[in-house]
Design a protein around this ligand. Sequence first.
Ligand SMILES: Nc1ncnc2c1ncn2[C@@H]1O[C@H](COP(=O)(O)OP(=O)(O)O)[C@@H](O)[C@H]1O
Ligand SMILES: [Mg+2]
Length: 307
Amino acid sequence: MQSIVSISNLSKTYAGGHQALKDVNLDIAPGEILALLGPNGAGKTTLISIICGIVKASSGSVTVAGHDIVTDYRSTRSMIGLVPQELTLGAFDTVWNTLSFSRGLFGKKPDPGYLEQLLRDLSLWGKKDSELMTLSGGMKRRVLIGKALSHEPAVLFLDEPTAGVDVELRKDMWALVRRLRESGVTIILTTHYIEEAEAIADRVGVINNGELLLVDDKQALMHKLGKRQLIMELEEAVGALPDSLSPWSLDLSADGGRLTYTYDPHTAHTGISGLLQAIREADLVLKDLKTTQSSLEEIFVNLVKGN
Ligand SMILES: Nc1ncnc2c1ncn2[C@@H]1O[C@H](COP(=O)(O)OP(=O)(O)O)[C@@H](O)[C@H]1O
Ligand SMILES: [Mg+2]
């Protein structure tokens, strides 16, 4: 399938000499949700800003639906909706006017039916005549999304959509993003929250120091890099591990009260039943037992540290 956004050898050095992007290559498929995950200063906003034509690349190229973002700026910009990192809205405009004005800026004919459906999808229809300053923070964010979608773009960029947002609102936002995708919009969001990428993305790109370290299907990423741990609390602490347990390379906690076994859950022989039997034979009594799946969090932290 043809990419909706195609980024080739993209680099950016700012005037001060800071290299914010280093040879980024990325293809985005129509209809997917891609999360660009990276710490502050990684280059996420720079990347989005280049695609949207706000920042000029130093080298490399980007196409949107096959059109070059520099030589064909007007057409690519009209295919893109951008929700910026900072809340930027007038105070006295109404919700309805904000959306219809923004649509007009892109040279689109008025379409009250489309805007009504959009406001309903965003749960803002009841607020269409409210002035923006009267809205809560969460509603303002949704107005920004409405504004970005007012001209019916094929691709929506959300730059840190839930930064500083409380947990409830964050979940609402995730649900909203999924609904938008069902309507056919391709969504690229940036985030420094791992759980956000884990919760909504189809694919995750990890970006650090201007480099795109990897891009992969979320499930594949977890599958490839995720390990599982079996954590066993002992009834009585031990000073050292019995030799009979050496085949399992266990970690013993400093206080001697906890054993941790790290294994790959995808191999046929995890060795767990043998381990439990050996523990019993060594006369160790378990008080409690649980498993944890190493999350995208650990994978991410390891990647960024390794870099
Ligand atoms: N206009 C600018 N001029 C100079 N440096 C910039 C500018 N904008 C961003 N940077 C620098 O580029 C790097 C990447 O910034 P940014 O793309 O905003 O990262 P992120 O969005 O991932 O936090 C940072 O080190 C930042 O300080
Ligand atoms: Mg940013």
